[in-house]
Ligand binder design. Structure first.
Ligand code: SF4
Length: 377
């Protein structure tokens, strides 16, 4: 791949586009099992394996990190996940290798994958049956508990680290419900917790059946949840991500630093190149992908690349490294953004000679801050 910088690490993302059933809030591209045509999963796997084989041979070195996401990767079966990981690790194991698995498909048969896997990410979302119904999740509280128990066991016996996704701002919940969810999930000792605010996306069942919480309530709930997670020893290293020390997700850090990653599978995105950002997207449906899996790459214009950079780096706790900014864009950060930063409320950011990053108040107003700074581009 001539557009890859061969002196820098490359990460791999694989999108498995199948789900048991479609969650009520989900606007991602994925197919419910019952909508998958006969032989389609096998054809998908054949195309994916061919594409991966070509990439692995092109690269001839280990991936820095691997992340298999979905959908629910558990749907294609652990034997197939093993084949994918084995192929991706032909020239050596990745430093971190994660798969997402939904609670209903997690079981002991995953153990052979631990030859390659270092991490599992599970979508818990809520520990209340009523809320799981509101969200249209497939799993019940009992399924979530079983999955969390199993993950604790894998952690203790095999050293596999794990993440649990939790959702806030679920209609019908109050702050105490959200805090109870965090306490309950944390009692299984995950290394990492991703806390997402429920969003109401066009075209989902949720938007037709529920009304979002009042904005001020949402803000209060989020801050209480952030405080709770910090008090339990999970530090916020990105707006929605919390980890025990040293357990941050390396793969996500590659995204946020706009590092190099290749995405395979329908709707997977890639980003390559350090000085200029090149974004590419695969065809956005399974049928398109099966016909033509190759992705189109688009070289972002200077201002687009810089906007992308602000959007991703300012979500992180470390924010913008001014030296790194200079080496990427050949401009002095303070000279370019100084006057716009001065117009911001001082509670929203921290600005030193080395870095510019947002405070929690800044995270809550992230979109406004980005809009103000983008005036400088
Ligand atoms: S399991 Fe994940 S990808 Fe599938 S429908 Fe639910 S939220 Fe969407």
């Amino acid at each position: 791949m001539d557009y890859l910088d061969n002196t820098k690490p490359v990460s791999l993302y694989i999108h498995i586009p199948f789900c048991t059933t479609k969650c009520g809030y989900c606007a991602f591209y994925s197919l419910e099992e019952k909508a998958v045509r006969e032989g389609e999963k096998e054809r998908f796997l054949n195309v994916l394996m061919r594409q991966l084989d070509a990439l692995v041979e092109d690269l001839k070195r280990p991936f820095h990190t691997i992340f298999i996401g979905g959908g629910n990767p558990g749907i294609i079966g652990y034997d197939n996940l093993y084949r994918i990981l084995k192929l991706a690790s032909r020239y050596g194991k990745a430093k971190e290798c994660t798969t997402e698995i939904n609670p209903e498909t997690l079981n002991e048969n995953i153990a052979p994958l631990f030859e390659y896997l270092t991490r599992i990410s599970v979508g818990i979302q809520s520990m209340k049956d009523e809320s799981l119904i509101t969200l249209g999740r497939n799993a019940k509280k009992e399924t979530n508990i079983k999955a969390l128990n199993l993950l604790s066991k894998f952690k203790n016996e095999y050293g596999i680290s794990f993440n649990a996704d939790i959702m806030t701002n679920i209609p019908g919940e109050n702050i105490q419900d959200a805090l109870n969810d965090i306490d309950e999930v944390a009692s299984f000792n995950p290394d990492h917790i991703s806390l997402y605010s429920l969003t109401f996306e066009e075209g989902t069942r949720l938007i037709e059946s529920c009304v979002p919480m009042d904005e001020e309530e949402q803000r209060k709930m989020l801050i209480s949840c952030w405080d709770k997670l910090e008090s339990l020893g999970y530090h916020q290293y990105e707006i929605s991500n919390f980890a025990r020390k040293g357990k941050e997700c390396l793969h996500n850090k590659v995204y946020w630093a706009l590092g190099q990653y290749i995405g395979l599978g329908p709707t997977a995105e890639s980003s390559v190149g350090y000085r200029t950002i090149i974004s590419s997207r695969e065809p956005d449906s399974l049928s398109d992908y099966l016909v033509n899996p190759s992705f189109e790459s688009v070289k972002l214009k200077g201002y687009e690349a810089e906007e992308e950079y602000l959007l991703t780096t300012l979500r992180t706790g470390t924010g913008i490294d001014k030296k790194e900014y200079f080496s990427r864009f050949c401009e002095d950060f303070d000279e370019k953004y100084g006057t716009f930063i001065q117009k911001l409320d001082k509670n929203l950011y921290e600005d030193t000679d080395q870095r510019f990053c947002l405070t929690r108040e800044g995270f809550l107003l992230l979109d406004n801050v980005i809009l103000s700074l983008a005036m400088a581009i």
